[in-house]
Ligand binder design. Structure first.
Ligand code: PFF
Length: 447
């Protein structure tokens, strides 16, 4: 049998996992969630949830992956007895990755299209209304968004087909530092705009009166999506982590980096919006309409607009790579396809569903189910059902189905790392995380 690949270094593990985590979730979802849910107060709640629940869940995925050295489906099969129902959790994860990739590549395609638009100078001299019209005509254009989506999928498949070390790890090691440099440049620009402090005040001033049950649910959902947990992406990446790696420190590093980037995104977006007198709105409109407008009113705007969309493309690409890798690992190991074939089959399969998500943005599109566009439906079912359920089963598996000794063996690298803090992590995995996820999941169902 062909030797299974591993990540080559600790840096590679962190860069690839951070690459999966950092994405649209940080750059445009987080600032909007924080802005709407109490600014600095949301940030504190988010940080607590990400560290207390997100980190143990991430470590649980690493444990399952590294112990089994397999894709999510094979992992649960290898770690249980024959005939066990646990592999269903693996199927759920691969299915979830597939559905997320389908709608994620819709927006990924937009980022590519908007990179092209900013290079071509399409926003020069345009006012907000004109830029808004550009956005709706782009997203409902008969073929542009589809071409961009398919091109993005092809780019993703190209990297994944090259393998774990020469593809995923290599590109993450180039793209992640580039992402950080672009973010810092944009932050400096944003902070030096006049009136920047108003934006910072809006983003950071904690309004604890806004914190309620619904906000806790948003923070949990945001942390799952942002950290790529609950659907097997990190089981897959965990299966490439070497036996010597300190997975606890890797996971904490990734969670902190992910939160830092989300905060930096807010520091870019809010001062820029406020200094031009714009009330920040939610989601796509901020990244694809407000910001291009703001950029072209500032000195050097052409350049800053261009690097902003380059930033979005990079962040999105390293996330789509991790999503496709879940499918490719499953196809190569469960169906014995070659990596290249698996990348092509995975990308083509995703394209079929993804195209429907993109087409659902057309005006008057019949692709609406139960009052939601097909795109929204995919987003909704993965964020509200697949990821929390997946996360719940993953912590239950490590906390209750695996032997304590085996889980601790992974956590301590066979006793070579101190057990102290790792015992606390195991306790959270066994008791606190399942309870917290279950309570939040059930309250969202009944609420
Ligand atoms: N974490 C990514 C983001 O914040 O945009 C989204 C994501 C990537 C979710 C990979 C799940 C995943 F497996």
């Amino acid at each position: 049998m062909k030797q299974r690949e591993n990540f080559g270094s600790k840096l590679g593990i962190i860069m690839a996992t951070a690459g999966s985590a950092l994405g649209l979730g940080n750059i445009y979802r987080f600032p909007c969630e924080a802005g709407a849910n109490g600014g600095g107060a949301f940030l504190i709640v988010y940080l607590v949830i990400a560290l207390a629940i997100g980190t143990p869940l991430m470590i649980s995925e690493f444990i399952i992956g590294r112990r089994s050295r397999s894709n999510p489906i094979g992992a649960f099969r290898i770690l249980t007895r024959q005939g066990s129902a646990w592999p269903i959790v693996g199927y759920l994860g691969v299915g979830c990755a597939f559905l997320i990739l389908a709608f994620y590549t819709t927006v990924a395609g937009w980022t590519l299209g908007y990179l092209g638009k900013s290079i071509a100078g399409h926003f020069n001299g345009q006012d907000l209304a004109q830029i808004q019209v550009q956005f709706s005509s782009f997203t409902s254009h008969p073929w542009w968004p589809l071409v961009c989506q398919l091109a993005f999928l092809a780019l993703t498949a190209f990297v994944v087909a090259r393998g774990v070390k020469n593809g995923i790890e290599k590109y993450s090691k180039i793209l992640m530092p580039l992402l950080l440099v672009i973010m810092v440049v944009l932050c400096v620009k944003s902070l030096t705009l006049s009136g920047a402090s108003e934006g910072l005040k809006f983003f950071f001033s904690p309004d604890f009166s806004k914190i309620n049950g619904r906000v806790l649910i948003s923070a949990l959902g945001q942390s799952f999506f942002s950290l790529s947990i609950g659907m097997g992406a990190l089981i897959t990446y965990g299966s490439y982590i070497s036996k010597q790696d300190n997975m606890t420190s890797s996971a904490i590093g990734v969670v902190l980096a992910d939160t830092l980037v989300a905060v930096l995104a807010g520091v870019i977006i809010f001062p820029a919006a406020f200094s031009f007198g714009i009330q920040p709105e939610a989601g796509a409109s901020l990244a694809f309409t407000t910001l291009p407008m703001v950029f072209q009113q500032m000195t050097g705007g052409y350049f800053f607009c261009l690097i902003f969309f380059l930033l979005l493309v990079i962040a999105t690409l390293t996330s789509t790579i991790s999503l496709l890798e879940v499918i490719v690992a499953a196809l190569t190991e469960e169906m014995h396809l070659s990596r290249t074939k698996a990348a092509i089959v995975g990308a083509l399969g995703t394209a079929v569903i993804g195209v429907l998500a993109t087409l659902s943005f057309r005006t008057g599109s019949p692709l609406h189910i139960a009052g939601r566009s097909f795109f929204d439906l995919l987003d909704h079912i993965t964020a509200l059902y697949f990821m929390p359920l997946g996360g719940l089963f993953i912590v239950l598996f490590v906390g209750w189905r695996m032997k304590r000794a085996d889980a601790m063996d992974e956590l301590t690298n066979s006793g070579t790392l101190k057990a102290g803090i790792r015992k606390a992590i195991y306790f959270i995995i066994r008791y606190i995380a399942p309870l917290a996820i279950a309570v939040i999941f059930i309250s969202q169902l009944v609420g």
